[in-house]
Design a protein around this ligand. Structure first.
Ligand SMILES: [Fe+2]
Length: 288
């Protein structure tokens, strides 16, 4: 459970079909209008597309969809209250995270500076997905005893090769939901296709209504102004000013495509790392 293990997996929470269709249309629309608030974590070639990792503000009117209504129908407020025992909270981030065909593996990191159940992540799975890794709350001590550098909210040692008995690996189906304490160490991982919602939620003191439209922050609202979106995007560490649709970046993506299958730049690092303390083949065909 969320208090002891730091996560909860809710099987068959919803029927994913209707939302998946809408999410796929949103991804197409975002590509078509070159949505400024999309994240690309590895610029690798896909025919007619840019390799999206995430669409931010997915319910915005410019993306022309019903996603905010569909999310409201899931009644997440009740689920959040039930598992966290929080009285009042706000949804601070909603991303439509997607992976089209190439492998993806993030660093080991934490999304929040403590793991006292102040801030949570909710993942709403629209497709089956395998590989997301999380160090459980009851394994935090074992982790800090053996890997003191992973105690901090730091990305410096992010590609540490952590043994399998230190973390839980999720194998979930479309329609499942995972909630975890954002302060716990985790690593994004997928081979091939995936689509899910990533939702961040924080506990607050002052009382607010439990209406979905009122618990989402202003930048997540359908009618959010450009200024509100831009201001929120500035608070993110991601740089939205790089235009991955440009000719220059499309040409670069072809080079990354070759390196994905023949990662020569990674082979030297792998050979030099004799004790295999780090992983080296993330974002490549040989990811594991
Ligand atoms: Fe994260």
């Amino acid at each position: 459970m969320l208090d002891k293990e730091g996560f909860v997996l809710i099987k068959n929470f919803f029927d994913p079909n209707k939302i998946l269709v809408e999410a796929n249309n949103t991804l197409l629309k975002a590509q078509k209008i070159k949505w400024r608030y999309a994240k690309i974590y590895h610029n690798i070639f896909i025919n007619n597309f840019v390799n999206f990792f995430s669409v931010r503000y997915p319910g915005h009117k410019k993306l022309d969809n019903n996603l905010n209504n569909y999310l409201a129908e899931l009644n997440l407020q009740n689920t959040i209250s039930k598992y966290t025992k929080w009285k009042n909270f706000k949804i601070t981030q909603i991303e439509l995270q997607h992976n089209e065909k190439y492998n993806y593996q993030s660093t080991w990191h934490r999304d929040w500076h403590n793991s006292n159940l102040e801030n949570i992540v909710i993942i709403i799975y629209l497709t089956d997905e395998k590989g997301f890794r999380l160090v459980k709350r009851n394994d935090e001590k074992k982790l800090s005893d053996n890997y003191p550098s992973l105690k901090e909210k730091s990305y410096k040692f992010g590609y540490t090769n952590l043994p399998k008995d230190f973390y839980h690996e999720f194998d979930v189906k479309a329609g499942d939901v995972v909630i975890f304490d954002a302060g716990l160490l985790h690593q994004g991982f997928v081979k091939g296709k995936r689509t899910h919602f990533f939702i961040r939620c924080k506990k607050i003191e002052n009382e607010i209504s439990k209406n979905f439209d009122e618990i989402i922050e202003d930048h997540l609202k359908i009618n959010a102004s450009n200024e509100v979106l831009e201001q929120n995007a500035k608070e993110d560490s991601y740089n939205y000013d790089i235009n991955y649709f440009s000719l220059n970046n499309r040409i670069k993506s072809l080079i990354y495509l070759v390196l994905y299958f023949i990662p020569i730049h990674k082979i030297f690092k792998f050979l030099k790392d004799r004790k295999k303390k780090f992983i080296h083949f993330h974002y490549s065909f040989f990811q594991k």
